[in-house]
Design a binder for this molecule. Sequence first.
Ligand code: FAD
Length: 347
Amino acid sequence: MGKIKIDYIIVGQGLAGSWLAFEFLKRDLSVMVFDRNIEETSSKKAAGIYNPITGRNMVKTWKADALFSNLEFDYSHLEKKIRAKFLHPIPIYRPFKAVEDQNDWNGKASDEGYLEYLKEFKEQSIGYDDIIDPLGGIILNKSGYVNIPVMLSAMKTFLLNKGAYLSEVFDYDKMKLNSNTALYDSFEAKKIIFCEGSLPENQFWDLPFRPVRGEIIDIECDFKSDFIINQGVFMIPKKDRITIGATYDHKNLTFEPQESGIKSLEERLKKIFKGDFRIIDKQAGVRPATHDRKPYIGLHKKYKTLGIFNGFGTKGVSLAPYFAKHFVDVLTHRDEIDQEVHVQRVN
Ligand SMILES: Cc1cc2nc3c(=O)[nH]c(=O)nc-3n(C[C@H](O)[C@H](O)[C@H](O)COP(=O)(O)OP(=O)(O)OC[C@H]3O[C@@H](n4cnc5c(N)ncnc54)[C@H](O)[C@@H]3O)c2cc1C
């Protein structure tokens, strides 16, 4: 019986698979996306923040200029195409922890490389009664959060309407790999790209993943904010709650929220927030992080019809759209793969 020819099979419809599928479709390449539809995925548990200035030292994140130049445009374009609202641009307020941070930013505030990300430099508290910020801080542009579950659900409907989605577990034993094509069930594809996220069971790739569990909690309180506040924890203001996160644990890789994680969030929250609150929800997930904190992208060394698009770690929201474009450029011979993310750096 003849096979159904498609350009690419994508395994996994998390943040990574969704962006990759969208990028292929934009370029008139056909896809079939497989997803096993479970709740225990990194994308369904994520807080969804995108933030150009990260880490304790508050420096530009890796590849910030490339990643952030089109990020909000890309998400709002996707919103229009798949008819859903999930992008929430909100300035991030990062209070200074020490006088040294304040001094450091006194210099950086006029640095050309930082200007586009800096909305305001505050030498004094912003004046929220419940927030402990005696030294002021920086207020950032090009930041906010994406409601990833809403995005994924709209993307699934979009793909289903195109006949490009199958709700099933992809079974590696059913693959037949030729030199130019990959066969799977009734399909014949140019390539199969794995976007399986954390803890993949896939035996074809032996990669040094370094998955990291995280908890987030939702609290109910009277506090209202125009900013995401980020010092020790982040506080994302939503209509009826504030989302607080996140923890990092490389050992206990479970999707069950742990008491120790919740406690640590509460303790850190109290260092920045004086108000009363009540926890109304707890979530945990495992991030698909890698040994060098950079994604694994590219084709398999031995099986040229297999590819991978994974390892987006703690920053999938800002990395996935940019690298989906890049990977499709590489697959369509418009670009050479960026060696920093090339999967063959490790296998
Ligand atoms: C607590 C927490 C907070 C986070 N906060 C942020 C944040 O604020 N900002 C940010 O940018 N990132 C954040 N992240 C990280 C973010 O979630 C990830 O970077 C991103 O979601 C990874 O997406 P993914 O598509 O690679 O993986 P996943 O979301 O895990 O998706 C993989 C998909 O593949 C499917 N799948 C796997 N194997 C198969 C198979 N064999 N057959 C069929 N389907 C399969 C799974 O069901 C799943 O749907 C957070 C993560 C956690 C856990």
